[in-house]
Structure formats: C-alpha cells, structure tokens
Design a protein around this ligand. Sequence first.
Ligand SMILES: Nc1nc2c(c(=O)[nH]1)N[C@H]1C(S)=C(S)[C@@H](COP(=O)(O)O)O[C@H]1N2
Ligand SMILES: [Mo]
Length: 424
Amino acid sequence: MTELDTHLEQVGGLKSARRGLFRLGAAGALAAGFGRAVRAESGLPAQDWGSGIGAAVADVTYGMPPKDESDMQRRLVPWLTGDQTSSISFTPLQYQTGIITPSGVFFERYHNGMVQANKRDTRLMIHGLVDRPLIFTFEDILRMPSETHVHFLECAANGGMEWRGAQLNSLQYTHGMVACAEWVGVKLSTLLEQTGLKKEGKWLLAEGSDGSHLTRSIPIEKALDDCMVVYGQNGESLRHEQGYPIRLIVPGWQGNMNVKWLRRLKIGDKPWFTHEETSKYTELRADGKAYGFTWPIYAKSVITFPCPEMHVKGPGVYEVRGFAWSGLGKIKQVDVSFDGGVNYTRARLDGPVQPKCFTRFTCEWRWDGKPALLQSRAIDETGFVQPTIAELRAMRGSNGVYNNNSIQTWEVKADGSVNNVQLA
Ligand SMILES: Nc1nc2c(c(=O)[nH]1)N[C@H]1C(S)=C(S)[C@@H](COP(=O)(O)O)O[C@H]1N2
Ligand SMILES: [Mo]
C-alpha cells in the first residue's frame, strides 16, 4: 500500500478513488469515436524540446502566453467608430477555453480613452440622501469585508451591427463585446451601511473619474442586492483597461452601468436620465420610439466551436462548444440545433453553473460532411428563452443597436468552413 492508499483508506475514500479510475476507462472507450489517433505500435519519437535543458527560472517576471497562441488578441473593427479613444475592442471568444476571460484579452470600451488612475489619489465619495456623506480612500475600501463573484460583463451594443442582417464573418466581432471574470471587492451594501441611507433614497448615481465622467442611474434595490465596488480581477488588481483601481460591478446588467475608475456615488429620490440612459443604451422600437430603462442582459448563448474562425476538418464526431449567460440568474438549459432550429438536442452544461456568469456547454455532433446550420438556444432559470433574430425584429424592427440577444446561426459548409448567416 502506498502512503496515498493508506490515507484514502483512513478517510474512507479508497473505494471511490478506485471506482474513479474504472470510470475513466469507460469514458476513454466512449471518446474513441472522436479521435484520429494512430495505433501506438510504431513508437513515439522524442521531440526536439526534450533533448536539452529547459529555460531557467528568472527573477522578477510576469509570464506570457506561448508564442503559438499569439492569435489570442483583442481586435477592433476600424470603421465602427470615428476614432479610437471613444471605441471598443473585442474579446477573442473563439480561443477562450474556459469561463474566465484572461485579463489581457478582456474587451475594452472607452468613451474618452483609457486613463491611468492610481490607488494613491483615488477617492470614492458617497453623498446625497445619506445620513453621513463620506469620502473613502483606496485603503479604506481594501480594509472592508470583501467577497468574490464570477460574473460576465456585456456591452449592450454587442451584436449591434447584426440588426440589419449578418455583417461580420467572425465570432470575435459578432459576440466579442462580452467577457467573464472573477471579481473581488466590497458589496455596495457594505459601503452604504457606513453612510446610512435616508428613507427617500431610492436611486443611486454612479460616476467615473475619466474624462467621459460616465454616469448612470441604478435603482437602490439593485444597488443593495448584489452590486460591488471591485479591485480584484482574475487573481490580481484590475487592469487599467477595466478601471483600475476600482470599478462598479452591476451583475448581469448592461456593461455601460459597470462604471470604471469609480469616483462618486450619489443617492437621490429619482433617476437622473443621463445621456447614457436616454439617447444611448436604450432599446429602439419598430416605431422609432425607445423603451425606458432596460437594464438586464437577457438569456444569450453562442457556439464558439465551430465558428467562422474555427473550422471543422472532415466528417466525423465533434464536440460542439459554447458559452451561455443570463443577467437574470443561472442558465438552466442550452439546446443545440444542427439544422437551423428545426430539431434541437439538449447540450451538457459544464459546471459549475453560477448566476450571471458564463456557463460552458458542450454537445456531441456526428457530422456527415453535408452543409449544416448550427445554433444554440439558452434558457435561464426564470424560463426566459433566447429568441431568434426574426422574433426580435418582429418586436423591435431592425434600426436598433442595443440588446441583441438573438440565436446565432453558423453555416457549416461541405468543406468545413463556417459562415455567419441569418435565417429569415
Ligand atoms: N468611467 C467609465 N466607465 C465605463 C465606460 C467608460 O467609458 N468610462 N464604458 C462603459 C461601457 S459602455 C462598457 S460596455 C463597460 C466595458 O467594460 P470593460 O472596458 O472593462 O470591458 O464599461 C463601462 N464603464
Ligand atoms: Mo457599452
């Protein structure tokens, strides 16, 4: 018996550990259909990197991805915005393997460029209808009780170019204004406990310290529910791109409300109707009027393999992969179609399934080599079903920009290439 066996026997885990091994064997047999592995009789020649000494550890380094992974970059659409300081870059979702978006490729959205704020001069003022208006330093915020949550963040303009028809033959450009990260910080309710709230305080205004002084109104129920002032992102401090040193996280609601380089929170008795929540970031209807506030991101999903950047190579068995998310809570179900939405197969949810967070889904696909139309449809725990683009257009016309959560169709051609298409 090895030391591990003895330990497992003591804690009563030996049997299940052994069962685990057998289960692995069974999964291996099932997976055989996927591979094109060759028989091992021929032997495995040594690889050239294995014959010498590897690189030494170095002092004071920050690791970078392997050279071969250099396609994993944020990209922009040059014609989309008039200049690059009020612009956006897109997350390379086609290369994202798990639910966490690496901080270096988290999409960026600036209304007036990226500013390099610092911890020393950062101040957060909370005032308005509070009992004790207060100004917090970064140190003050860091000392307070903290929490960790994994949440997606999506610009309401994600997919905004696709309202009038399929435009861009790229997953990065059709869906890359979204990303998901682990955030660490202080709940807004913890901060507001210190200032106290007057009874008439029903709304909160959040303002950024960058030149755009971006401001948004948030109902106090949401502010007290799950909003956070965060300083941690994926195990380190926020990046400048994401609002270093502090930003607001408004879980599941429009990216625009997640104010970066946070500076001021004002409590009031009514919303402020700033231009970011009236002329922008509202939902246009077919009649040209816009709905009032629509804050949450509704259930949405997209297949990340195959996609225009990730082709299939010949008939055979594939694992279709993707992400689903909802601003209303957890993802309950994802269905995948191979025939443009006529038939659907239930996908496997690759847990943990967390609220207002990317959920990874996978679905086995036996491709016969004929043209196919791949789709995924998300359903969240509130029962919200991701709509088709035709259903969305019937409700809202096709002149809008925001809140396009429609089902994406990828056309797989006989040669294995993949195109962004829309079905009437
Ligand atoms: N202060 C400030 N906050 C901001 C913005 C900004 O330009 N300035 N852009 C907003 C918009 S429109 C979006 S979609 C998100 C994007 O967050 P990210 O750049 O971390 O991806 O930040 C929001 N918060
Ligand atoms: Mo945005």
